[in-house]
Design a binder for this molecule. Structure first.
Ligand code: ATP
Ligand code: MG
Length: 431
């Protein structure tokens, strides 16, 4: 054995011996244990891999568990009743358990993936060995394999050392690996933020050079990635890091353009408040929706366009409707907006001006609207970001708290003024 190989072997043994001490196996889900045990029993190799091992070594609770195996998807499918094959670009098996879903992927061969002219991977279903599978992964910290039965960490890429140094290092040449899959740049920023890791300098430089390649990523994949970026409990920090690396502009160019303007302080505050709010909700176990995220990010560009159309002579209502339509169509070139989120997002926007009408039946119609709560939250965010929405937020907060009789009293049409005028005097602009 060559001395470098000997060194590697020794290091591997060192990392194996310390795995027991470092990995708290009780943090591995029952489902993951079961999948590994059944694959072993059927004579296949099976390891916990990727973020799960990384997080266990960092004493964090893994978000999900991925298993790597030499069994082919059809073989995995046959072993588990509660499973199905998903994906075309990358076929994997989802195995469902009461405590969550486990992803089982067959070892992939490195460098065998189909790429397009720019070098971007379009399909990756050529199976390979565990060594090859380690090297096709994105970062060294994400390429460790853990066998809970043997209590052994297999480190073929020097990942342990990088985890200890809190360094996110691309496996191979960052320029090549980011060209192969530009989403890896977003993953680098997201993981470095979440784990408090430093991105290794060559990879940093590559991100500044290659951010524009995100334009080639299918919009549906960018939508999925957007959820990971902003619904992972670190949205505010991740957003700021994405802006620092000039990546945000390639996902939300309309938003980035408005944020660049000197007069965008209020919008910038709205985005920051909303992301902080999203993090707080996630960290206290409350639900979040991409509809709200979109409503926030696209609010600035939609309003700028709406105002511009008004100046060009359209009525506030027509300008608003045209701006909503145009903004959504423009954003769809970058990230998809599934209808189930696109419609609620429009509702959140369209309800905003109705908060100004604090009298008559319209108050109750708004209050009973299925999107009232989300629209009210959005209104309060606008208020806290310094938008001039008078004291509407307070009025509606009180309105929700009081009993029915007081609600009726609050919404009574004022008699002193000319009520006919009051009723007609809907806001002249869309707020
Ligand atoms: P998280 O904590 O957010 O789940 P993760 O690293 O586990 O982070 P996943 O999306 O769950 O991310 O992916 C699981 C593993 O698959 C990664 O750890 C990595 O080894 C590999 N992987 C995921 N995406 C890519 C990619 N785009 N290129 C190469 N390898 C990838
Ligand atoms: Mg994961």
């Amino acid at each position: 054995m060559k001395s470098t190989d000997q060194d590697k072997e020794q290091e591997n043994q060192k990392s194996n011996s310390s795995a027991q001490a470092l990995i708290d196996a009780t943090r591995i889900s029952q489902g993951a244990h079961k999948v590994i045990a059944e694959l072993h029993a059927a004579g296949f190799q099976a390891y916990l891999v990727g973020g799960g091992v990384r997080d266990l070594l960092l004493s964090l609770h893994p978000k999900d568990f991925d298993i790597a195996t030499d069994a082919h998807p059809e073989e995995v499918l046959r072993l588990f009743e509660n499973s199905r094959i998903i994906g075309r670009r990358f076929r994997i098996v989802h195995v469902y358990f009461p405590d969550g879903m486990i992803e089982v992927a067959t070892f992939r061969a490195a460098g065998c993936a189909d790429t397009n002219k720019q070098g971007r991977i379009i399909a990756d279903n050529i199976y390979g060995s565990i060594e090859e599978d380690a090297f096709r992964r994105d970062f060294t910290a994400n390429a460790l394999f853990y066998d809970p039965d043997a209590v052994q960490v297999l480190d073929l890429v020097d990942g342990r050392k990088d985890i200890d140094a809190k360094l996110l290092r691309v496996i191979g040449d960052p320029n090549l690996r980011f060209r192969e899959d530009p989403v890896r740049m977003l993953r680098a920023v997201r993981l470095a933020t979440k784990l408090n890791f430093e991105i290794e300098s060559q990879a940093k430089d590559a991100i500044y050079q290659l951010g524009h390649l995100l334009a080639e990523v299918p919009s549906a994949r960018l939508f999925d990635e957007m959820l990971k970026l902003f619904h992972g409990g670190f949205a505010q920090q991740t957003f700021n890091a994405l802006c620092d690396y000039n990546l945000f502009q390639h996902m939300f160019p309309l938003t980035a353009n408005v944020l660049k303007e000197k007069s965008s302080d209020t919008f910038s505050d709205l985005v920051q408040c909303a992301l902080q709010n999203t993090d707080d909700r996630i960290n206290s176990g409350k639900s979040v929706t991409p509809a709200f995220l979109y409503a926030v990010f696209l609010w600035g560009p939609m309003r700028v366009l709406s105002r511009q159309l008004e100046i060009e002579g359209l009525s506030p209502k027509v300008a608003h409707e045209a701006a909503v339509k145009d903004t959504v169509i423009s954003q769809l070139q970058y990230t998809s907006i599934p209808k189930r989120f696109g419609y609620p997002m429009r509702d959140i926007w369209n309800l905003q001006h109705r908060f100004f009408r604090k009298w008559g039946k319209q108050v109750f119609r708004l209050y009973e609207h299925p999107r009232f709560r989300a629209a009210y939250d959005f209104l309060c965010l606008r208020a806290s970001a310094g938008e001039s929405v008078d004291n509407l937020c307070e009025w509606w907060t009180v309105f929700q708290d009081v009993d029915e009789a007081t609600k009726i009293k609050m919404s009574r049409v004022p008699r002193d003024n000319n009520s006919a005028i009051q009723r007609r005097s809907k806001p002249k602009t869309y707020h």
